[in-house]
Ligand binder design. Structure first.
Ligand SMILES: Nc1nc2c(c(=O)[nH]1)N(C=O)[C@@H](CNc1ccc(C(=O)N[C@@H](CCC(=O)O)C(=O)O)cc1)CN2
Ligand SMILES: Nc1ncnc2c1ncn2[C@@H]1O[C@H](COP(=O)(O)OP(=O)(O)OP(=O)(O)O)[C@@H](O)[C@H]1O
Length: 216
């Protein structure tokens, strides 16, 4: 006879992350792998000389410009560099001059999606969470394009970031989904980050040796 009590017994072998069913053992193993990769990649990028940094940043911004043309009406989220990330502030200033609205990410609350606030080269800044400088005032806007810093990136354009899950959490909620461009140093290139259901791949990856990869 049919059992009409509905549903199966509760199963505690999985957990939900943002509505995705995730095997906790797999999530734990992947988190360990990513933590070690982050540490290795961050240690490596500390050793880049300032002369190499300057040359590579030039390559990076030239390549970035071929992916996104700053123009009036477009909103582009970039980032204020921390922990040895490529410094795009000159490029951001040029985008502002070209008429684009430049935005910076702001963590209003830990583990919540980011918001994006307008930035100009002369705007007042303050220190936000983790002391990251953010625009003090500035309108909250939806980005058309998100330029996200990479700690690592894999062949399928999945991004390894600082480990808070902020970009994934944020990109999952913006409609229409912005064009996403990951930027980083050439050493970012790794075979796989072992993508999990919440990971959102970048549409383009631009590395500081001038290479551009489009997600296929
Ligand atoms: N330049 C820049 N700005 C950014 C980001 C970024 O990656 N780069 N973010 C992109 O996400 C957001 C900040 N993300 C961060 C995520 C984790 C940690 C961090 O320090 N985490 C601790 C561990 C967690 C904790 O303390 O709660 C750590 O690593 O020690 C810092 C920033 C917003 N702004
Ligand atoms: N959309 C989401 N909703 C809830 N939690 C999430 C989401 N995306 C990621 N997380 C959680 O955040 C943690 C870190 O994720 P992940 O390793 O992908 O970070 P990351 O992409 O390197 O960080 P960031 O985007 O801040 O630079 C994971 O433990 C994951 O469970």
């Amino acid at each position: 006879m049919e059992d009409d009590r509905g549903g199966s017994p509760a199963c505690f072998a999985h957990k939900l992350i943002d509505g995705h069913v995730v095997d906790p053992d797999a999530a734990r193993d992947v988190a360990r792998f990513r933590k070690a990769e982050r540490a290795r990649l961050m240690e490596e990028r500390k050793r880049i000389s300032s002369a190499d940094r300057a040359t590579m940043t030039q390559n990076l911004t030239e390549a970035l410009t071929t992916c996104v043309m700053a123009r009036p009406g477009i909103t582009i989220a970039a980032y204020w560099p921390i922990r040895g990330e490529p410094d795009l502030r000159e490029w951001m200033a040029q985008a502002h001059v070209a008429g684009a609205t430049v935005l910076l990410p702001v963590v209003l609350e830990k583990s919540a999606p980011l918001v994006f606030r307008t930035w100009t080269p002369s705007c007042a800044m303050e220190r936000g969470i983790w002391s990251i400088p953010v625009p003090r005032e500035g309108q909250e806007l939806r980005p058309d394009v998100v330029v996200a810093p990479l700690v690592g990136v894999d062949k399928q354009c999945f991004r390894l970031g600082n480990g808070g899950g902020y970009y994934d959490r944020t990109l999952a909620r913006i409609t229409p989904k912005p064009l996403t461009i990951g930027v980083g140093w050439p050493n970012c290139d790794i075979p796989t980050i072992f993508p999990m259901p919440w990971d959102i791949p970048m549409d383009y990856v631009v590395l500081a040796d001038g290479t551009i990869r489009q997600r296929t």
